[in-house]
Design a protein around this ligand. Structure first.
Ligand code: GLN
Length: 198
């Protein structure tokens, strides 16, 4: 099995690596286009999407990542990572236009759930998991599907927080900030990277 990449420019990199290692994956930190070779999937961690967008541009990763995503390469973006994957990005109070990878037919409403001090933990039901998952929400976006090829895997009262469009997975919450590996496992199994447990 080739390594799973974690974009390592900013944000919750170490936490994703730890979960992937618990699942028995080899992990590769990604900072340059060359390092994108020989990985089987990529995680885009949370952090600050405006910063991540400018770092992706500075490290010349935007265009190779966009091509890989268009060609079906598995990419999972958590929180700010999900914002990067979305074709449309809005702020809750005013519309902003921002360059991003723009791969998934999703509108991300940035900071929908409020400021850092409004962070919350919520038990959420997720398609494909028998038991609820502890969702950690930190300045999280709402993720609105723009096409019926986007599957909603989890929603809260305000709307969808976990989406899948084929090879592209987007979560508004932070599965890496728990000790629970099930969301990462679900993604990797769906892409044929990890074998199913049952
Ligand atoms: N609100 C941040 C953004 O839009 C994301 C926060 C996070 O990743 N925890 O960039």
């Amino acid at each position: 099995m080739s390594a799973v990449g974690v974009l390592a420019l900013q944000g919750g990199v170490a936490e994703h690596i730890s979960i992937l290692e618990q699942l028995g994956c080899d992990v590769k930190e990604i900072r340059t286009p060359d390092e994108l070779e020989s990985i089987s999937a990529l995680i885009l961690p949370g952090g600050e999407s405006t910063t991540l967008i400018s770092l992706l541009n500075r490290w010349e990763l935007t265009s190779p990542l966009r091509s890989m995503g268009e060609d079906g390469f598995p990419i999972f973006g958590t929180c700010a990572g999900a914002v990067l994957l979305s074709k449309e990005i809005d702020e809750k109070e005013h519309e902003v236009s921002q360059n991003s990878l723009g791969l998934a037919d999703v509108k991300a409403v940035r900071n929908y759930f409020g400021r850092q001090t409004c962070s919350f933990l919520k038990s959420i039901k997720v398609t494909g998991l028998a038991e609820p998952f502890p969702g950690v929400f930190i300045r999280a976006p709402l993720l609105l599907p723009l096409s019926d090829t986007v599957e909603v895997l989890s929603s809260v009262e305000d709307g969808p927080v976990f989406l899948r469009q084929d090879n592209l997975w987007l979560s508004s919450f932070h599965p890496e900030l728990t000790t629970d590996c099930r969301i990462h496992r679900l993604f990797l199994e769906s892409q044929g990277i990890l074998k199913g447990s049952g």
